[in-house]
Ligand binder design. Sequence first.
Ligand code: 26Q
Length: 799
Amino acid sequence: MNKYTKASFRALLEKKLINKRTSTLEDTSDTDLFYAIASIVKDEMNQANVTTKKGNIQSKKRQINYLSMEFLIGRLIESNLLNLGLMDVCNEVLIDLGRNPKKIYSEENDAGLGNGGLGRLAACFLDSIASLGYLGNGFGIRYRYGLFEQRIIDGTQIELPDNWLKEVYPWEVRKADETITVHFGGEVYSETMPDGRLKFHYQNQETVLAVPYDVGVAGYDNGVVNTLRLWSAEVPDTELTMHPNQLEYMQNVERISGFLYPDDSTEEGRFLRLKQQYFLVSSTIQTLIKQLKEKYNEPVTKFHEYNCIQINDTHPTFGIPELMRILMDDEGLSWDEAWAITTKTYAYTNHTIMQEALEKWPVSQVQRVNPRIFMIINEINERFCRDVYENHPQYRDRIADLAVISHDLVHMSKLAIVGSFSVNGVAALHSEIIKDYTFNDFYKLTPEKFNNKTNGITHRRWLMASNPKLSNLITDAIGDQWIKSPQELSQLMRYYNDDAFLKQLQEVKLHNKKVLKDVIYDKTGIEVDEHSVFDVQVKRLHEYKRQLLNVLHIIYLFNEIKRKPSIKVQPRTFIFGAKAAPGYHIAKEIIKLIHAVAEVVNYDKDVDGRIKVVFLENYNVTLAEYIMPAAEISEQISTASMEASGTGNMKMMMNGAITLGTMDGANVEIAELVGKENIFIFGLSSDEVIHYQTNGGYNASDIYHTDSRVQTSLDALKDGQFGRDFAFQDLYFNILKNNDPYFLLKDFNSYVDIHLTAMATYSDEKKWNQMSLMNILKSGKFSSDRTIHEYATDIWKLI
Ligand code: 26Q
């Protein structure tokens, strides 16, 4: 597919350097080179994007519109080069020039437009949609500032603004001519028309421009370039001149796409976040309607024939009433006509079962965002409740729980379920929990809506681009079919007893560990042993993810060594990476604790370097690309039932790490695939956790008082073993006073034991390499290509 020779690529680069950067090959900077290469790549993408769009309109096929408040796309230079087939030629030219390709690519800022799993999932999905040649585009917000940049000062997390746009963002095209107007607030009044219908008028609304910035999404080796459209809020000129307080007005408007909110389930819903949500859906739906009429020349009554809208969690749920509003108020359809179209358009993905994380917004705030939208939600609720009452009398006593609006709150998940034809969870276990518990009432009412789509990750970024050594080893062994059909990784089974191959696998891991070792040294000054086990827990900091359990185990190990310094322990490096939401006190205390423990353990004479604890600050997509290939133990230790899926578990598995985890989320499916012998499972099952929860929990203080291992480790938090006296008493009391809602103490012993098993296994090199191979060769299922194929056939009906 690559149309360039080294010479022609070099010539083009030379030209770009002059034209775009007023620079020349001989004396150019890394920055200039990066922008010149990006410009070549973007030209290619723009060309293919035009062809793709033309083809789409002619094909008259249904398209999927993926709506998400987050797209955590990270850097694009390498994945674009890879997908366009330009990676090799570009690397070779740079090396010929005496430059280091990695260093040049690292000039690009991460686009951190997401919090974590949900946002990264959206990015992997776009890659797969394009790579499978489906017609589909993403819609999100072009936040001026992405998720905060994390700095650690004296063990404390400090949040800095993520000014990712401070230089030019090379991948976007501003499309001012496709600007949309979005209206907020004001008052609604209605007028009865001669035919008896109500016509709605609005006054005193705030008018905001939504200006699209398009980012190309290249498919792998197929000439497809889809679009990720990111909306930016701007002030209309006309409004600006009318406003006495121009500056303040402008700032208020531009604030709408100002920054990404951190995922903070404990914080009160903020009004601006709600405005962002409406801003995304209103601009997107208006565009889709326009596209249908102007590009496809079709009436709005065919909206659902041409469009499917997948909403990434409940954040874009206002899209449901917004489509209703446009179809009725602007297009003159009746309620029933509009409702039929809307409910054939929307599909909703749920990513959490934790009650406190399910979105609920005060009625008054929804009214303030847009009063007409609230009227429609209200009507949806009334009609839905009436329908249950009249047509499902056996559920009459459940209506209070089913209602979309109750206790003066709009329940976004209920609105999403009522307005969608599909509701899916993100791993098999999670989808069952949704049906049996979280949304059981809705499941009984409409079982046909509920389905599972186990998450996936793009193997192009998470294996090919980030772990080229492993990719090449695989291709040398089984050919390159796995690249387009990742399930073909199973062919590696042929090498299960091949000592030479297993050795090579081990060497690749060692190489990747050395690369990470250097990164760790550069970032922290800590020197780690590449021959120690790299034990990794990288993910957002949340109590349910139980980073604290990991730390308590490290404390336990440390105390064992202190008790008997000659004890034999497998050398280990515990690697953490995690951002805590700025207002999440306990999460920030856990970060402090990790640092305090590291400070003691890393320099202890008795430990003598056998255990190291490393916290890598500012965990993001780029850092993950160094960590995943080097991981040996993948810590996936959430309280069973609480992690919807997890996707870091898949990334590490695909790179040959062994999962050490609970039977939660997609770990269950990993265990099923690789077999119990190739994974380290511990702890309560989700049934047991749910059983305890529904019966008031277990008795945490009993365990604390009777189990000395538990007590000693926990006491370390309050007795000043790590730093100042009483330094971590908040963590200590948080467990005991709340009766350990995340079951840390209950699972502690089984966690300690599974680590012992894992380390005993590690000493058998061949066995470990075989386990690692088994994980790689079974990981094809977790390519997002498989996930997207399932969405496309079962939900979106694209083929
Ligand atoms: C909501 C309202 C106000 C402010 C922020 C939010 C908000 C933002 C982001 C709430 C939640 C999120 C992100 C959730 C998330 O990432 N969930 C993860 O999704 C992954 C992909 O499905 C799963 O693998 C993880 O298990 C799940 O935790």
